[in-house]
Design a protein around this ligand. Structure first.
Ligand code: MN
Length: 273
């Protein structure tokens, strides 16, 4: 099994060393990670400048650093290494529960794998006192045992509590989110702002936050399709548009609309051709 390991904390983070060490028991490991921290970069890709891919000396590991985002790292990693089976991302220093999935670079690396048709697993834990996630290592191994053996799971978000009791399957907690802008002043009195996110108290049973708050390791299977199926069905029945005509059409006139969309999407790519 070919296992590509990445993260958003940067290639010198202790969490990625712990994950790569655990992964080595399951297959051939290669580390491709950002040269500096890229936390909260979500799924950004670098489209306005070229990227580099440089070998790095890490004890006992084949490793490369990229001057880009977590998603860039996975794209370059898969480009340089044929037949990658799975991408592991983490172990992030900090949990990625609930709405954090929208901001997380850790999850984005796993999501990039899923977009490329590979499997992706994101792993996050609270910042550890010992720095090298030593106490988590047996739990990381068990998480990999559980997830690597199931090739049908394209994308999973894993969160470890500080002192785990075991594993549970969960859903994403979406109810509680407190995004606040905190104003302050620079040394000469000009306004500055921090955007902070705080999870509100309590969580829905069965969710990732609920599990981790109770000491369980949370495994959340995710999908790329964000369509709200219930809303879609309601929209179609409440306000019927031209859906029926569109679905019934054998072939659009001259396929011109289709061609126009493809051309618009190719604009950016052409710049680099
Ligand atoms: Mn991070």
């Amino acid at each position: 099994m070919r296992i590509l390991v990445s993260n958003d904390d940067g290639i010198y983070s202790p969490g990625i060393a712990a994950l790569a060490a655990a992964a080595s028991e399951f297959g051939k490991v290669r580390v491709v990670a950002p040269d500096v921290e890229q936390s909260s970069m979500s799924h950004a890709i670098t489209a306005s400048r070229p990227l580099s891919y440089r070998s790095v000396k890490l004890p006992g590991l084949e490793a490369y650093r990229v001057n880009g985002t977590p998603a860039d790292c996975v794209a370059l990693g898969a480009y340089h290494w044929d037949r990658v089976d799975v991408v592991l991302s983490g172990v992030n220093e900090g949990l990625n529960l609930g709405n954090s999935i929208w901001h997380s670079g850790t999850l984005a690396a796993a999501k990039q794998a899923a977009l490329l048709g590979l499997r992706g697993i994101a792993l996050s834990a609270p910042p550890s006192d010992d720095g090298d996630a030593e106490s988590l290592k047996p739990w990381i191994r068990r998480a990999l045992e559980t997830l690597l053996s199931d090739a049908t799971l394209p994308l999973v978000n894993v969160n470890f509590p500080r002192r785990p009791r075991g594993f549970v399957w969960t859903r994403v907690s979406v109810r509680r989110y407190d995004g606040r802008v905190v104003p302050m002043k620079d040394p000469i009195g000009r306004p500055l702002y921090w955007f902070t996110i705080k999870a509100l108290e309590g969580a829905e049973p069965g969710t990732d936050r609920w599990a981790v708050e109770r000491g369980w390791i949370s495994l959340t299977p995710l999908r790329l399709d964000l369509t709200d199926e219930t809303a879609l069905a309601e929209c179609r029945s409440k306000q019927p548009l031209d859906d029926e005509a569109a679905a019934a059409e054998k072939r659009p006139p001259e396929a011109e609309a289709e061609r126009a969309v493809r051309e618009d999407e190719a604009e950016t790519a052409k710049t680099f051709a």
